[in-house]
Ligand binder design. Structure first.
Ligand code: DC
Length: 227
């Protein structure tokens, strides 16, 4: 008898642990939806910065997150993007990945009301199944019933190097030290926040990707899904 592949797949881990790249490939191979939940937190942060809101005003940011219209659509440009991120009519796909958003997204995503608004949407989508959902709290909070939970990690040095290479590859300027420092601070905030902190679920399979190529990680996760 052949086993069916897991339907709800949760991939969690810190920034630049490789989870988005692996998740995207896995979803393609299985014919599943790929959903990168970090985009939603980034989009809310981008809106707050764009409107010059006070990022410490939890109530105002929460209200905005509840009504924010964030569209994630199939990619219209072949510039390395996995999808288009549209806010209003504006394509903010790369802007949500800016240093400014990186530096503020952990503050915004620590707010309980913001998390509630976004994770309810994520949960509704995830429960439809045939999905690879990527984030920080998917296996622990958003979809604790996931059929497969993987937690990917790597040292901060290695993750900063990967992020640096990504930016240089896009033809933009990057400063390794700055990326490294922002990453350490983001890790600290994401893993110490009161609500849904970054941590592996008890039943997650842990992969340290320091010594592994992207392909090796992908093959490992794919093997976990093999019927
Ligand atoms: O995966 P990423 O780097 O794009 O995520 C950006 C930020 O969003 C991250 O620093 C913490 C937050 N985030 C979260 O709190 N929960 C998630 N499920 C996904 C992201």
């Amino acid at each position: 008898m052949t086993k069916t592949p897991p339907s709800i797949i949760a991939l969690d881990g810190p920034a630049a642990s490789g989870k988005s790249t692996v998740g995207r490939r896995l979803a393609n191979a299985l014919g599943y939806l790929f959903f990168d939940t970090g985009i939603m937190y980034r989009a809310v942060t981008w809106i707050a910065l764009n409107r010059d809101m006070n990022l410490r005003d939890e109530e105002a940011i929460t209200q905005m997150a509840q009504s924010a219209q964030i569209d994630v659509r199939p990619p219209t440009q072949a510039d390395g993007r996995a999808f288009d991120v549209i806010i209003g009519e504006k394509d903010v796909t790369w802007e949500v990945r800016s240093g400014d958003v990186d530096a503020n997204v952990s503050l915004v995503s620590a707010y309980a009301g913001v998390r509630k608004a976004l994770s309810e949407k994520q949960r509704r989508i995830g429960l439809r199944g045939r999905v690879v959902m990527v984030g920080r709290d998917i296996g622990t909070v958003v979809l604790p019933e996931a059929d497969l939970k993987v937690y990917m990690d790597a040292s901060a040095e290695e993750r900063a190097r990967r992020r640096y290479d990504e930016i240089i590859e896009r033809g933009e300027k990057a400063d390794y030290e700055e990326i490294f420092n922002t990453m350490i601070e983001r890790d600290r905030l994401d893993s110490t926040r009161a609500v849904a902190p970054l941590k592996p679920a008890d039943d997650a399979i842990f992969i340290n990707t320091d010594e592994l190529s992207e392909n090796q990680v992908y093959e490992r996760v794919l093997a976990m899904c093999a019927p």
